[in-house]
Design a protein around this ligand. Structure first.
Ligand SMILES: O=C(O)CCC(=O)C(=O)O
Ligand SMILES: [Fe+2]
Length: 362
């Protein structure tokens, strides 16, 4: 019996469908994809270039800041592609916070969700409460020094994968990062698609996971504060984000409210236990899911930082990891994190691939 030949290249199918549901085909009149850009991989990452190889105009972040229609289109693209990079992004830390706050607001986040104030920060910081300094020498505030970390002393690097602040009852929707003190080489950042991680699971695993919830704890931050005899900062940008326990419960599969797509919502940094399972079952399942994210490089994108580059990502549907491959060089960045909605699973939502195929067949 001859097997039916699938004529269309699956990558082309996804790309074509993506174009169809993306901002270019919606009612938005601002067409981001008409600017010089490329999709970094089929499942995650879109990059706006600082130059044009094909006659398309270039797009700088300054062409977007403060323009509601453009910011709305950008928020939608970030939610669809997981992470968006700008190679031409001269932006102040203050503008960085305003941008992510605005992306969240235009995406319909609750009015009580503002910008995150990290638990490991002190009041009165030079840059304000809502910008975290990222550094390989200290954590979020130069009061909290990292231990003397040289490359060979560090632990297994797959442990760095996380989504930001999922120990909060109201975690992040959008976040942005610019590395301002750049090493000559090293210090790349990687992102992974939670949509693709979900889509790759079998129907049996999907339906098991859809009935489960998990406990997320910011244990590393609690330990650092304890060691340095400080309390954790609170409240942290939303009335729900209070307390010294840094723990909460979220669904294991989460719907992104902007795209309506399901994604896997557990991460190695903060997810400690799947509540409905025995400890042994939970440890095993979480190990598998963490490895599913960190070991599949075909659902990841890696970004090499240059001057005036900006990354903006949707924490609801991606994971990310720094690359700690620097010894003596200092690397410093500014990061702003907007708070979104309380995570939920809409049982009527679908995975990304299913939604794209459906959109293509219509
Ligand atoms: O330093 C990096 O590359 C990523 C840091 C990080 O996890 C973040 O900005 O949320
Ligand atoms: Fe992070």
């Amino acid at each position: 019996m001859p097997v039916a030949v699938q004529e269309q290249n699956p990558v082309e199918t996804i790309k074509a469908a993506l174009t169809k549901v993306s901002v270019t085909e919606t009612n938005e009149s601002f067409d981001l994809r008409s600017y010089s850009h490329f999709d970094a991989t089929p499942s995650i990452g879109t990059e706006f270039r600082a130059y044009s190889p094909n006659g398309k105009p270039t797009l700088s972040i300054r062409d977007i800041l403060g323009n509601t229609e453009r910011e709305k289109a950008l928020g939608r693209l970030v939610s669809e592609r997981g992470v968006v990079f700008f190679r031409d992004a001269v932006i102040s830390p203050d503008e960085q916070t305003k941008l992510v706050e605005s992306l969240g607001r235009l995406g319909g986040k609750p009015s009580t969700s503002k910008l995150h104030v990290h638990p490991l920060t002190l009041g009165g910081s030079e840059l304000g409460d809502e910008i975290s300094m990222i550094s390989n020498k200290y954590i979020f505030d130069n009061h909290f020094k990292r231990d003397d970390f040289t490359v060979l002393k560090r632990k297994f690097h797959a442990y760095l994968w996380h989504s930001d602040i999922t120990f909060e009852p109201v975690p992040s929707d959008y976040a942005s990062l610019q590395i301002r003190k750049l090493p000559k080489v090293g210090g790349d950042t990687l992102w992974a698609s939670a949509y693709e991680a979900y889509d790759r699971l079998s129907p049996a695993y999907k339906s098991l996971l859809e009935g489960l919830t998990a406990t997320h704890i910011g244990q590393g931050f609690i330990d650092i504060a304890r060691k340095q005899n400080t309390t954790l900062r609170e409240p942290r940008g939303a009335p729900e984000n209070v307390g010294q326990h840094l723990s909460t419960v979220h669904p294991v599969i989460r719907t992104n409210p902007v795209t309506g797509w399901k994604g896997l919502f557990v991460n190695r940094g903060f997810t400690k236990k799947i509540n409905e399972l025995t400890q042994h079952e939970s440890d095993n399942l979480l190990d598998f899911l963490f490895e599913h994210i960190s070991a599949n490089h075909d659902l990841q994108v890696r970004f090499r930082w240059e001057e005036n580059n900006l990354a903006i990502w949707d924490n609801r549907s991606t994971f990310h990891s720094a690359t700690e491959d620097l010894d003596d060089v200092e690397r410093v960045g500014t990061r702003s994190v907007s708070l979104g909605e309380k995570p939920y699973l809409d049982p009527k939502s679908t995975g990304r691939r299913e939604a794209l195929l459906k959109a293509q067949s219509q």
